[in-house]
Design a protein around this ligand. Structure first.
Ligand code: GRF
Length: 213
């Protein structure tokens, strides 16, 4: 069983999808803990419901480079104390410091609500709609020191519908995320994944889960 620590800041629907897959025996992974930087965030309620150990490490007021590095060191210490072998970012709204990323080389995953390398950063669905895209989606990638720029492990396409708002589109992309993220973690848990430069090779995979219509 791959030991996974999840870092989240918000509602935690991806965290819930991953923890439910693990609890249901659909993932060869054990969620050893949730680390949240926002007291009272929705993800903490999911952790309680699912019996996952939750650690709150508030990041409010953490601003200078020195404070950010010290903060990330505290988070890294939690991850190591939990014995995690993979760090999964699920709506973790903080930029990680290089020191943190170097501490877990090729062991940090993120999910982003667009088909990277299009639309990195924030306000993704607004930008997708402003560009008149017909297709969007989500991307699971390894984290490097750039913004949403690491090697891509998996993607799912999601259609943009006439009359979509950022909210309706976000909801459709979320559905795809909830299938794609557990699938991507399972490939790592099964030892099928290797990184070659910018490319991620998945050995003998079944197709990623189908996208929503
Ligand atoms: C997701 O859309 C994910 O792609 C982005 O943050 C959002 C988190 O949503 N990184 P949730 O908290 O998992 O519901």
């Amino acid at each position: 069983m791959l030991k996974v620590a999840v870092l989240a800041s918000g509602t935690g629907s991806n965290f819930a999808a991953i923890a439910e897959a693990a609890a249901g025996g659909r993932l060869h992974a054990q969620i050893v803990g949730l680390i949240c930087n926002v007291a009272g965030a929705g993800c903490l309620m999911h952790a309680e419901r699912l019996g996952v150990r939750a650690i709150v490490e508030p990041s409010k007021g953490v601003k200078t480079p020195e404070e950010r590095e010290a903060y990330d060191l505290r988070v890294a210490a939690h991850i190591e104390a939990l014995g995690a072998e993979l760090v999964v970012l699920a709506g973790y709204m903080r930029l990680l410091t290089p020191a943190f990323i170097r501490r877990f080389p090729d062991k940090i995953l993120n999910i982003h609500p667009s088909l990277l390398p299009s639309f990195p950063g924030l306000r993704v669905h607004e930008s997708v709609l402003a560009h008149g895209c017909k297709v969007t989606g989500c991307t699971v990638h390894f984290v490097d020191e750039g913004l949403d720029s690491g090697p891509i492990l998996a993607q799912a396409a999601v259609p943009v519908h006439e009359g979509d708002t950022p909210e309706t589109l976000a909801a459709r992309v979320h559905q795809a995320e909830h299938r794609l993220y557990p699938w991507a973690i399972e490939q790592i848990a099964r030892g099928r994944v290797r990184i070659e430069g910018r490319r991620v090779i998945i050995a003998g995979p079944p197709a990623p889960p189908a996208s929503p219509a």
